[in-house]
Write a protein that binds this ligand. Structure first.
Ligand code: SF4
Ligand code: SF4
Length: 320
């Protein structure tokens, strides 16, 4: 009962948050100067460049992207919680990296949308499209029901780190916890800078996104180097950006705390043999159970569990 009340409260808060952000009235654009110097006044053959406007996404593309995101979240939940298949989870990760990462160039990004939503709540002159609200809310709502399935199979930033993980080492738990608190500081700093008056406003989550340059095959040199350093570190330390810096991961850890379902390492009964203890590259298994707030729903731990493997063997026998 208490759990149901908790979940309803969080859902109601999320909805109120989203709707109020979308309901702001955008003010008409005011040009900051009355008279701009003309080409003649500037002289020396100066030609005023044409105003560049970003292309807006066609409405049907927005609906399609929302549907794909929602569908991918449901599929990830089914694969990880019901099918319990690492192979399918990995396949979904690759497909989502290809679409949301390389094809859509990292632009369907709940992580960056934190800033848009924060500005809309703080500034009555700023409105956020429902599309962005949906992108912000869907993974959080999914986490309320199924845990961090967005991280496990859908997020392009998580996927690129998942693919490079070669030989994971265990980070000592105390160091892991200390580094894990950085993402909260980053979240606070990102929101604080996003809600500054327009002249000083900064969207640091997007400006310092370490992987978007790879998705677009271009970017500032220093960010490409930082992204490369994260990927090099990620060969041995499982998903360093996700665990220690991602501000959206901080929000997901909050909502997944209340999740209705989550990863359970064995399908039904626990053996408590301890074989899973070292299986998780993300330090998300404590006392032989997956911790919902930090479990990234990658399905790796199933492969270490004798009960899971014997169930799979029995299924294969029955099928043959
Ligand atoms: S922690 Fe952040 S970057 Fe990592 S998978 Fe989750 S949302 Fe994506
Ligand atoms: S407990 Fe670890 S290995 Fe298992 S699904 Fe969660 S993050 Fe992956």
């Amino acid at each position: 009962m208490r759990r149901a009340i908790h979940v309803s409260l969080v859902v109601a808060l999320l909805l109120a948050f989203g709707l109020s952000a979308a309901a702001q009235d955008p003010a008409d654009y005011q040009r900051p100067v009355d008279v701009a110097p003309t080409d003649e006044v500037i002289g020396e053959g100066y030609v005023t460049p044409e105003v560049q406007r970003p292309r807006s996404l066609a409405p049907w593309r927005q609906v399609l992207d929302m549907a794909l995101l929602g569908g991918a979240l449901l599929l990830a939940a089914w694969i990880v919680l019901k099918r319990r298949s690492r192979r399918l989870a990995f396949a979904l990760t690759v497909v989502c990296l290809a679409y949301f990462g390389f094809y859509r160039e990292g632009c369907i990004c709940p992580i960056g949308s934190i800033q848009n939503v924060a500005v809309a709540l703080a500034d009555p002159n700023h409105a956020v499209p429902y599309f962005v609200i949906g992108i912000f809310m869907l993974p959080l709502l999914a986490a309320l029901f199924f845990g961090r399935v967005f991280c496990g199979g859908v997020c392009a930033l998580g996927a690129i780190q998942e693919l490079v993980l070669l030989k994971p080492i265990q980070v000592p738990p105390r160091l892991d916890r200390a580094l894990g608190s950085l993402k909260w500081l980053y979240l606070v700093a990102a929101v604080a800078l996003a809600v500054l008056p327009a002249a000083g406003r900064d969207f640091i989550i997007c400006r310092f996104d370490p992987f978007v340059g790879f998705f677009r095959f271009t970017g500032p040199v220093h960010m490409m180097l930082i992204g490369g350093a994260f990927l090099l570190l990620g060969l041995f330390v499982g998903r360093p950006y996700c665990r220690y810096l991602c501000p959206y991961g901080a929000l997901l850890s909050l909502t997944s705390r209340l999740s209705w379902r989550g990863v359970s390492i064995t399908p039904d009964r626990e053996l408590d043999c301890g074989l899973c203890n070292k299986a998780c590259p993300y330090g998300a298994i404590e006392e032989m159970r997956a911790v919902r707030t930090s479990c990234l729903a990658c399905a790796r731990c199933y492969e270490s569990c004798p009960v899971h493997l014997s169930c799979r063997g029995a299924d294969a026998e029955a099928a043959s």
